[in-house]
Design a protein around this ligand. Sequence first.
Ligand code: 5GP
Ligand code: ZN
Length: 115
Amino acid sequence: MPSDCLFCRIIAGQLPASQVYSDDSVVAIRDIAPQAPTHILLLSRKHIASVADVGEKDRDLLGKILAVGAELAAREGVATDGYRLVVNTGRNGGQTVDHLHVHLLGGRPMAWPPG
Ligand code: 5GP
Ligand code: ZN
């Protein structure tokens, strides 16, 4: 675990977070600066810098994270009206934390294209 990685430290319990889900490969927390009524971050337990760094043996993890996102959207009560799963990747993609995560945003209408 990279000791300087914010999300690794949250997963390790070294920094506080509002955790809403945890299993052997995925941890979900509420975003500290929510951009929608529901804003959850789905983190891979394993440190992987971004979706661009997912290797062959971790591909199943991507499907797993999306499936957990759909499950949590239903649990949060935002699934019927719709929601968005977002993976910011790299500088132009707006990624600010270099640890694989998917945003679950819901509870309000979303615009397209994104900013
Ligand atoms: P990114 O910009 O990399 O796609 O997403 C990083 C997200 O992490 C941002 O939405 C930001 O608000 C959130 N974030 C940054 N620091 C913390 C923190 O300490 N705790 C939590 N729960 N979220 C954080
Ligand atoms: Zn990490």
